[in-house]
Design a binder for this molecule. Structure first.
Ligand SMILES: NC(=O)c1ccc[n+]([C@@H]2O[C@H](COP(=O)([O-])OP(=O)(O)OC[C@H]3O[C@@H](n4cnc5c(N)ncnc54)[C@H](OP(=O)(O)O)[C@@H]3O)[C@@H](O)[C@H]2O)c1
Length: 369
């Protein structure tokens, strides 16, 4: 893509962020009015103000996968808004990288509010160690109770369901679904003490279910359904739970890493490469792939290649836009069941909500087949 096209795409993306903020404020207004009316007259959810940072009160939040992308942008944004952030990363190497990234000149002033903690969300002993360290710190700071866990660590996979090997499926479910459950269970006792919140970063893949996204859509839809049901179970404990539905977002995953994976995919399409993921890996299959399957799936994968490249090179929203929405969820007086961010996500949501299913299906067929 030429630098000029890239600049046009970026300008468009920045404009949509602004539009998104305007829509968010309109939504807030409607939601506040209805929230207070329901609370006053019908026994709806009680308004909560203690999750907002203010002078002399710096509530603590934990974020998983803070080394880059949405996690890093959210760490910086929340610290800039007066929160005490436990930025968790999977190992020592990432910890060193994060310490460098956070303390660059533009963000040096945030360093006192950011605490780096190792937490590999796939390893229960690592979660337990992080819990012990964080509990001990917050117990000594009455002005910084732990008021939120932000589950963000995860990746996406674009691969035909028929050919995706079980191991690739298990791996993505482990990080994008089961690890969310493990961290919530671990930190729930602390969140109950503070009437805190769980914020799960899901995806618009939860409700837009295009071809090649079967595994990813299944996980994100499962996460969102879990969030909506678990949310009710937690109301008696004063704990809130919500989902964030980002659309395409420019991050390392949906950028350099997925580009690397696409190169590997196209080089090895005749040697078992069937898909890509945003960890930068090629999904490989041992199944025999017939001529027709190769023809159909390669054609759809090619369309995805064009879309992800356009997203990575400018069309997608910046990670900071998602950080703003996570802050909205954190500070909302009435926690909503989900928050959508990104023009593609909002548009997709509108099409699914307002159009007949047959029209939605037609749009998918025309786009991909
Ligand atoms: N970008 C998008 O377009 C988009 C759209 C919708 C939803 N989302 C969702 O948003 C979330 C973040 O996406 P992103 O694009 O910001 O991803 P990203 O740039 O690839 O970052 C993912 C983060 O997860 C961390 N992580 C991976 N394995 C981990 C583990 N075992 N323990 C702890 N941390 C681990 C990574 O750490 P390392 O660097 O150490 O691996 C990294 O910090 C994901 O849940 C994704 O599904 C993204």
């Amino acid at each position: 893509m030429s630098p000029r096209t890239n600049a046009v795409l970026e300008t468009f993306s920045n404009f949509t962020v602004l539009l998104n903020r305007v829509l968010a404020w309109v939504d807030f207004l409607v939601h506040y009015i209805s929230g207070y009316l329901l609370f006053l007259f019908l026994g709806g959810l009680r308004p909560q103000y203690h999750t907002r940072a203010k002078r002399g009160y710096t509530p603590s939040v934990i974020i998983t996968g803070a080394s880059q992308g949405i996690g890093l942008a959210t760490t910086r944004h929340l610290a800039s808004k007066g929160y005490n952030v436990f930025a968790t990363v999977k190992d020592e190497v990432e910890l060193a990288k994060l310490a460098e990234d956070i303390t660059d000149d533009a963000h040096k002033h945030l360093a006192p509010r950011i605490h780096f903690v190792i937490m590999n969300v796939l390893d229960q002993s690592s979660i337990d160690a992080a819990l012990a360290a964080i509990s001990s710190t917050v117990s000594k700071s009455p002005n910084s109770p732990l008021i939120a866990l932000i589950n963000n660590a995860g990746y996406c996979m674009i691969s035909p369901m028929e050919l995706t090997p079980p191991k690739a499926l298990h791996d993505i479910f482990d990080l994008d679904f089961f690890a969310y459950v493990s961290t919530i269970r671990a930190f729930l006792p602390l969140l109950k003490q503070s009437s805190g919140r769980v914020i799960n970063v899901v995806s618009y893949g939860a409700y837009i279910n295009p071809p090649m996204w079967a595994p990813y859509a299944a996980i994100k839809a499962g996460l969102e359904a879990m969030t909506r049901a678990w949310r009710f179970e937690l109301i008696p404990f004063g704990v809130g739970m919500t989902s964030i539905r980002p659309g395409w977002t420019r991050t390392a995953g949906i950028g350099p890493k997925i580009s690397t994976a696409w190169r590997g995919y196209s080089d090895q399409i005749d040697k078992g490469a069937v898909g890509v993921n945003s960890l930068g890996e090629v999904v490989r299959s041992d199944y025999p792939v017939g001529h027709r399957e190769k023809e159909v799936y390669s054609k759809i994968m090619h369309k995805w290649y064009n879309m992800t490249m356009a997203a990575a090179e400018g069309a997608a929203q910046p990670a900071e836009a998602v950080a703003l929405t996570i802050h909205d969820a954190l500070s909302d007086v009435f926690l909503q069941p989900y928050y959508t961010v990104g023009y593609d996500a909002l548009l997709g949501q509108m099409v699914r909500d307002l159009c007949p299913e047959s029209l939605y299906e037609l749009s998918m067929i025309k786009t991909f087949l």
